[in-house]
Ligand binder design. Structure first.
Ligand SMILES: *Cc1c(COP(=O)(O)O)cnc(C)c1O
Length: 415
């Protein structure tokens, strides 16, 4: 396939003829559920910012598994932590204590500047945990009548795929025919402080927000919004829950996206890069007083807080700090955004970014452009139809970033 500058790229799917790739795809399509539409490459190996497919072709990963591999693929320290812990003990359940949960909890609490940690596994589970926490607080501290608590969330949110979470999504494809849904949520437009204020009542337990709406197309709220929101929540005795599963842990060039406005939420919800792509680890991080609203028996998870996950996650946090990945994200992200701003192509509607969370918004479907970038050895995925998210691992070096920029310039024309 050829791609020429300033024309709409062809899609690859009809011209590809690699037999190994075809065989894996056919097998997956035959025996797997069809709830995803992946790009048609079959990854066999990955290291740092690079992934290699079954044909031996190498690609620069500009998605990072939705920011789960901020530390880079197969980081040697994480592989070492995983394998060493796998040979010691992997799972005790919380019926017994293990010698990894304490060290992990302290490391994460200190990293976040918070008091206490509740570990889960997937991001969606951690958001569910935060919802339970907010409701408990509303009933036991704020004095809301039992069963009446409300949580304010935002249109175009993405918090995960459980029935409760998709129940307050505004995206039809996430919710269609999965109801009935749990009540107790109110949606307001993202970035609209007056709408949040108007939606608050004496029954409001919390505001649940992604400080940047990644799945919605990498949407940043207006400057000052998070600060005003935090002040409003404090004034109205409403908890502020920041879902930083994708934006946290350095992605936006700060530890947390909330930091850009000097905001500390009542609750952080973390996942994804918390374990650097090794193993699912998520957590709710908050104050002692709030997390103590969970008494023994009130909440749990068989794998939550397991020693394997704890060992990996503690090392993943140490890698972020030792390799100064927050600072690297800020510096490399500024470079990437400059390159995006220099692109000139009529299909480009806007570019935006903070740290290594960047995006190109198009006037047209982004999928063919992602396929053209793939043909040039750069992997990214369209989000919300018309947006290309660019979010490489935070370990990306100058030469690797140059590879990404060259591919973008080749596909979109420009400098
Ligand atoms: C990925 C994501 C989730 C869900 O995490 P899973 O591990 O896929 O359940 C929730 N919130 C945000 C902001 C995310 O990016």
């Amino acid at each position: 396939m050829t791609t020429t500058t300033n024309t709409m790229p062809h899609t690859m799917s009809h011209t590809r003829s690699h037999t190994r790739t075809d065989a894996f795809i056919a097998q997956e399509e035959a025996f797997g559920a069809h709830n995803y539409r992946p790009l048609d490459l079959v990854v066999a190996e990955a290291q740092g910012v690079w992934v290699t497919d079954v044909e031996g072709k190498r690609y620069l990963d500009c998605l990072s598994a939705y920011s789960a591999v901020n530390q880079g693929h197969a980081h040697p320290r994480l592989v070492a932590a995983l394998t060493a812990q796998a040979q010691r003990v992997t799972l005790t359940s919380r019926a017994f204590r293990n010698d990894q949960l304490g060290p992990f909890s302290e490391a994460l609490a200190r990293f976040c500047g918070m008091e206490a940690v509740l570990p889960m596994n997937t991001g969606a589970e951690a958001v569910e945990t935060a919802i339970k926490l907010a409701r408990r607080w509303a009933y036991r501290v704020k004095g809301v009548a039992d069963g009446e608590a409300e949580i304010i969330a935002f249109t175009n949110n993405f918090h995960g795929r459980t029935t409760t979470l998709v129940g307050f999504s505004s995206e039809p494809s996430y919710r269609a025919h999965f109801g009935p849904f749990a009540p107790g949520f109110r949606l307001v437009p993202f970035g609209d402080i007056a709408a949040v204020r108007a939606a608050m009542t004496s029954r409001t337990a919390a505001v649940l927000i992604e400080p940047v709406q990644c799945e919605a197309g990498v949407l940043f709220p207006p400057d000052g919004f998070l600060r005003e929101l935090a002040a409003l929540c404090a004034r109205e005795a409403v908890l502020l829950i920041a879902d930083e599963i994708q934006t946290g842990l350095g992605r936006t060039g700060a530890k947390f996206a909330c930091d850009h406005e000097g905001v500390t939420p009542d609750v952080y919800v973390l996942g994804k890069a918390l374990s650097g792509g090794m193993y699912p680890v998520s957590a709710v991080v908050s104050s002692r007083a709030l997390l103590d609203l969970f008494e023994p028996g009130s909440h749990g998870s068989t794998y939550g807080g397991n020693p394997l996950g704890c060992a990996v996650a503690r090392e993943a946090l140490a890698v972020l700090e030792d390799e100064q990945l927050v600072e690297r994200s800020r510096a490399q992200g500024a470079e990437l955004l400059r390159a995006l701003q220099a692109l000139r192509h009529p299909a480009i509607k806007a570019v935006r970014g903070r740290g290594l969370l960047c995006a190109i918004e198009l006037h047209e479907p982004a999928r063919p452009w992602c396929e053209a970038l793939m043909a040039r050895g750069v992997l990214c995925k369209e989000t919300h139809g018309t947006v290309i998210r660019l979010a490489p691992p935070l370990v990306i070096g100058d030469a690797e970033l140059a590879v990404c920029v060259e591919a973008l310039e080749a596909v979109f024309g420009g400098a």
